[in-house]
Design a protein around this ligand. Sequence first.
Ligand code: PLP
Length: 389
Amino acid sequence: MYTFSDRTTIPPSQTLTINALALEKRAKGDRIYNLSAGEPMIDTFPIIVEAAKQALDAGKTHYTPAAGVSELRVAAASWMHETYSTSYAKEHTIVTAGGKHGLSLLFDALLTPGDEVLIPAPYWVSYPSQVRMAGGKPVMINTTIDTGWKISPTDIKTHMTDRTRVLLLNNASNPTGVLYTREELEALLAMAASHNLLVISDEVYSGLVYDDALYTSCGSFSAYQDTVIVVQSMSKHFAMTGWRVGFVFAHEDIIRMLIKLQGQTTSGASTISQWAALAGVHHAEDIIRANNTEMQKRRDVLRDVFAIHVGVKIDPAPAGLYQFISLPSLGSTVIDSVAFCTDVLTNANVAMVPGVAFGAEGYVRCSFGEQQEELVAAVEALALYLEKQ
Ligand code: PLP
């Protein structure tokens, strides 16, 4: 009956079936064990909530500039500088409605129809669809566990065509938790720059890095200031997913273009959320340290219960919120990850995300975003299911 634009020809979400089934079961009163959380199930810090209340009381309920609240732009840029040695200032910073909208604005701003974006796989589910919606063509660079889920400079070269415009990096990665070293990043950025590619570095998990590992922001390489764009978010390490605040840091010409696009679309992130985020950024060190410590504990609990109940040793993810686990390692003969996740949810009430959604069949993504007791109960239920197979 309706005709939709070519830009909407994106595949339906492969996690939809699983989510729908989980919701249906929950509605029937089933207890669903959640290993699929895409966020840290941690309450937002009281200091942030208090700042939101104060903003409301002070009548900060009007539009902000499309670029975001000026104080927040300044504070976010200096947080990046202090934490990751970048040299962004206010004019290199835009506040967006989450990292997700920052990415979407970037693809809209940078891609001419037919332009190609290199995306390491496994990838976060929204990348290919966002690229397609902007008229671009996602080109996957497949990685495997054998290369530590990492791409190399040669991979960039072999996947390039004369239409390649952007390399998308997700450090630390959802779903694999992979963390690149400074040297590895430098080599990738050098290769990208030598081919005139822009690099979008999605760093929304930069604060959830474990075992005292060092995090390198792609924004910290002065040689690549003009070719690197960093996407950040208040969602994960500040535990503020629902507030919808993120950032893009880039050359001011790019930021100016994003402001123009944002001004004609959302007008910006919620005013109240931005003032709340400002309090978060002012207390970034304490907040992120606390959230990081808690998430590392949860990661270790997940590892321990897998070892105890399932009898499987998983290598703890160096960063992020997820363990990416191969189905054969769980003793499963089923390799179809949607079939596996559907069966586990149907028969054991455990929700996980099928690897195929991230472009890696034969895997499942187990989140350790939930509270420790939930993780233990979920893995116990999964173990009982696996025993019966
Ligand atoms: N990038 C990655 C890799 C993610 O996993 C997510 C959320 O799951 C986002 C970006 C977007 O997060 P938000 O829009 O909440 O900032």
